[in-house]
Design a protein around this ligand. Structure first.
Ligand SMILES: [Cu+2]
Length: 161
């Protein structure tokens, strides 16, 4: 009942609705902090995230730097995106004959006190089955799932390489 009222909220100044909104904002803030998980993921930071443009239904690649301030190594075990069917961990390889291809990875290790750079021509996030057009100026939402730190969300701006 109250949930329904909230969803169909108009701009009438109804006190109970405003109170519900305030309560919801508090809950959202607490959820954002993540409780115990916040301590672990605070050691893991991402920077410089970006994604290449790509068409709806198609694929693209995303890059970023992952730094681990913790005293123990962590591993990026998988990634997902609300904007795509799937996200794979890929490595660009060049074989002896000079042929370049991509290879799936089972995980990306982030050393203790170190960092890993995902960049064009190297390790990258392969984003497949885009749910929307990714044009320069847009944003790709990513969820990185770590063995120790749990899930870290990243907003990658879309830009031309
Ligand atoms: Cu790839």
């Amino acid at each position: 009942m109250s949930t329904h009222a909230f969803r169909t909220l108009s701009f009438r100044p109804v006190r109970t609705v405003l109170a519900a909104l305030a309560a919801l904002a508090v809950v959202a803030t607490l959820a954002g902090c993540g409780g115990a998980g916040a301590t672990a993921s605070a050691a893991l930071t991402t920077s410089g995230a970006w994604a290449r443009p790509g068409p709806v239904g198609g694929e693209t690649a995303a890059y970023l730097v992952i730094a681990n301030a913790a005293g123990t190594a962590d591993t990026l075990i998988s990634a997902t995106s609300p904007d795509a069917d799937s996200v794979g961990l890929h490595q660009t390889m060049t074989d002896a004959s000079g042929m370049t291809g991509m290879q799936p990875m089972t995980g990306i290790d982030i050393p203790a006190g170190g960092s890993v750079t995902l960049e064009p021509g190297g390790t990258h996030l392969m984003v497949m089955g885009l749910a929307k057009d990714l044009a320069a100026g847009g944003t790709l939402d990513l969820e990185l799932h770590f063995k120790n730190a749990g899930t870290v969300t990243v907003k990658a701006p879309v830009k031309q390489p």
